[in-house]
Design a protein around this ligand. Structure first.
Ligand SMILES: [Zn+2]
Length: 398
């Protein structure tokens, strides 16, 4: 099918795509509570006639449109949302799924249900048009993106396509990556004493101060597009509740956002190096990565580390250039390539060798705020974009 015909197909399906997106918004789906939306997603994939619809152990719903022997491609978006907060701050109730003033309103409309609706309809409309794609096309609706990434961590254990399109809001421009995030917990152990006789103790506060000031001065990895690695102390606490006691230990959490190319091991050795330079011999340091236990609506339970690697693809990668020309041709205007300031599940895909390109409808600034809303025009445009990406990127490369 000619790429120009895609826009016509998507425009003809506007009412159905908008209705589906509004129904997704009406299914509240906080992380860990995605059973209702997963059933909706599954039913829609089946009604659209995808060749296979499966639900894995984490509760991710995966649709497949079988194609030829070209590269396999996965469209990826998440089903879970963050808390809408006080409903009084919203023009329309956050789960009303109101369509008004050319927008779909509600928690999740932008992050990430517009992407989800557009991706599912992209494959559904190709099926309805009787298109045989050059390669297998998957659409993965995952759980748990907002807290811990359980869905995609499990997904990559059984599905590793040749390329993934990460659906997160980008105003329908392409994104070639983002920084990662590691959360380190650093504890410095000294020796406790009564605060009236400080010479008897080894107060770890001074050591922590020296370390944090050295960290602030330390040169960090730089990337022209992605920016610099940043390391920011956030939470801090001691092992004491009494204010007249020198604590034996002080702990700080470091929010470490790494530029592409820097691994968690490299970040850790930077921290170890700074500690070695700044600490006196009688202060002992302990470094670990923060972790938490997460549980999906299916009952799958795992302890996951707070470590998301960046994803990035080179600006001159032929797949990125093909994506750019396909979307521009389908939408009828130039499409810039940028980077995301926030991280996505793309990091888990990249970490296992699945290259990613980001693309999705909606303004990223609308994510996680009251009055989150998605322009209907962008939703339809994104559906066209995903169809174009699916067809172009599953073509065999010479
Ligand atoms: Zn998101």
């Amino acid at each position: 099918m000619a790429i120009q015909d895609l826009a016509h197909r998507a425009r003809a399906a506007q009412e159905r795509v908008v209705d589906f997106c509004a129904r997704l918004v009406r299914a509240p789906s906080m992380t860990g509570d995605e059973a209702e939306i997963a059933a909706l997603v599954r039913a829609e994939m089946e009604a659209l006639g995808l060749d296979e619809v499966t639900t894995d152990a984490a509760g991710n719903v995966i649709g497949l449109l079988r194609g030829g022997s070209g590269p396999s491609l996965m469209l990826h978006a998440h089903m879970d949302i963050v808390d809408p907060g006080d409903a009084a701050r919203w023009t329309y109730a956050p789960f009303a799924g109101q369509v008004a003033q050319g927008h779909i309103w509600g928690r999740g409309a932008v992050d990430d249900k517009g992407c989800l609706a557009a991706q599912i309809y992209a494959l559904g409309l190709l099926r309805e048009a009787g298109v045989l794609p050059p390669g297998d096309l998957y659409v993965a609706a995952v759980v748990g993106e907002e807290i811990g990434g359980l869905g995609t961590r499990l997904l990559v254990e059984h599905l590793r396509p040749d390329l993934a399109i990460v659906g997160e809001p980008s105003n329908n421009t392409l994104r070639r990556g983002h920084r990662g995030r590691f959360e380190f917990i650093i504890t410095l152990h000294g020796r406790s004493a009564h605060a009236s006789i400080p010479q008897e103790g080894r107060n770890p506060h001074y050591a922590m101060s020296r370390f944090l000031l050295a960290l602030r001065q330390a040169p960090m990895a730089q990337d022209a597009d992605f920016g610099a690695t940043t390391a920011v102390p956030t939470l801090t606490y001691v092992d004491q509740t009494s204010s007249n006691v020198i604590p034996a230990a002080v702990t700080v959490h470091l929010d470490w956002r790494n530029a592409p190319g820097e691994t968690v091991a490299q970040a850790r050795s930077r921290i170890e190096g700074l500690l070695a330079e700044t600490l006196e011999p009688d202060i002992r340091a302990e470094i670990r990565i923060a972790s938490r236990e997460v549980c999906s609506y299916t009952g799958l339970r795992r302890t996951v580390e707070h470590a998301v690697t960046p994803f990035w693809i080179a600006p001159d990668d032929p797949r990125l250039l093909a994506a750019q020309s396909a979307v521009a041709e389908a939408l009828g205007h130039p499409v810039p390539v940028e980077v995301w300031p926030f991280y996505t599940d793309g990091g888990f895909l990249h970490a296992v060798g699945v290259p990613c390109i980001g693309f999705g409808p909606g303004d990223p600034a609308m994510a996680h705020v009251a009055d989150e809303r998605l322009p209907v025009a962008q939703l339809v445009e994104a559906t066209v974009g995903y169809m174009a990406l699916a067809l172009r990127l599953s073509q065999p490369r010479s």
